[in-house]
Write a protein that binds this ligand. Structure first.
Ligand SMILES: [Cu+2]
Length: 242
C-alpha cells in the first residue's frame, strides 16, 4: 500500500506544473488630431423628418477641444492571438438605431461574438451591414422590433448603413482577439489584460486612416501610447498605405 502511494506520488510529481498565468499589463492610449476640422455636411431629411429632424449634420471628425483628443478611433494590438482560455459565451454587442443614428457610431468586437441590432425609434429602419462589398446582414427593423443578432465570424471592417435613411452610417471593426478599444470623447481608451511584452499597435479612424506604433507592456504594469493624426498627413507613428 505504501509502495502504491509512493508510486502515485512519483507520477504526480512528474506532471509538469500548470502553465503559469501569462503576465499581463494595461495599454493606455490617447489618439489626437491636429489640424482644422472641416465643417459638417448638411443633409436634408426627406424620410421621417418628424423623428429625424429636417436636417442632419454629418461630421466624421469628433475632436475634443482643446486637447485634440479624437473620438471613435479603434486601437488594436496587432499580431497577437486570443487567450487560450476563451470566455464562456461572448456578450452581444448592441448596435442601436437611436434617433436616426447608429449608437455606437463605431464599434469594435471580437470574432465569435454577435452583433445585436435594436430599434429604439418609433419609425422603421433597415439596417444593412456590408463586409468586403457583400451583405453581412440586411434586416428591416420595424417599430418595437425584437433585437436581431448575428455572429461575426470574420475579422475586418464592416460598414453599417440604413437603407431607409441614407445619412445613417457606422462601422464595426472585428478582431480575432479581445485586445482593442474605441476612443472616448477625449480620445482615450485602455486595453486591459494584454500579455506582457513587445507589441505592435495600430489605430484606425474612418476618415484619417491608420497609424502604427510599438509598445512594451510590463508585467502587471502599464504602457502608454499616443497617436497623432495631422491634417498634413504626417503622423506620429508610421502611416500605413491603404
Ligand atoms: Cu434608418
Amino acid at each position: 500500500m505504501l509502495l502504491v502511494a509512493l508510486f502515485l506520488a512519483l507520477i504526480i510529481s512528474n506532471v509538469p506544473p500548470a502553465l503559469a498565468q501569462t503576465e499581463q499589463g494595461v495599454v493606455t492610449v490617447q489618439v489626437l488630431y491636429h489640424g482644422t476640422i472641416p465643417p459638417p455636411t448638411g443633409v436634408i431629411v426627406t424620410r421621417n423628418p418628424e423623428i429625424c429632424g429636417t436636417q442632419v449634420l454629418l461630421q466624421s471628425l469628433t475632436v475634443h477641444s482643446p486637447s485634440g483628443g479624437l473620438k471613435d478611433a479603434v486601437v488594436t494590438i496587432d499580431g497577437i492571438s486570443a487567450p487560450e482560455t476563451a470566455p464562456a459565451g461572448m456578450a452581444p454587442n448592441v448596435l442601436s438605431n437611436s434617433r436616426c443614428s447608429f449608437s455606437p457610431h463605431v464599434m469594435s468586437l471580437q470574432t465569435g461574438s454577435p452583433i445585436e441590432i435594436h430599434n429604439q425609434d418609433p419609425i422603421m429602419h433597415n439596417t444593412h451591414i456590408n463586409y468586403e462589398m457583400r451583405t453581412f446582414i440586411n434586416v428591416a427593423m420595424v417599430v418595437n422590433a425584437r433585437p436581431v443578432a448575428k455572429t461575426v465570424a470574420k475579422p475586418g471592417l464592416y460598414r453599417v448603413q440604413c437603407d431607409v435613411h441614407k445619412f445613417m452610417g457606422g462601422y464595426v471593426l472585428a478582431s480575432t482577439h479581445p485586445y482593442f478599444g474605441v476612443t472616448d470623447d477625449h480620445g482615450n481608451t485602455r486595453i486591459l489584460n494584454v500579455p506582457a511584452g513587445h507589441h505592435d499597435i495600430s489605430v484606425w479612424h474612418e476618415r484619417l486612416g491608420q497609424l502604427q506604433a510599438h509598445v512594451s507592456v510590463p508585467p502587471n504594469g502599464e504602457a502608454t501610447a499616443t497617436f497623432e493624426f495631422r491634417e498634413d498627413k504626417t503622423g506620429h507613428g508610421r502611416r500605413m498605405d491603404r
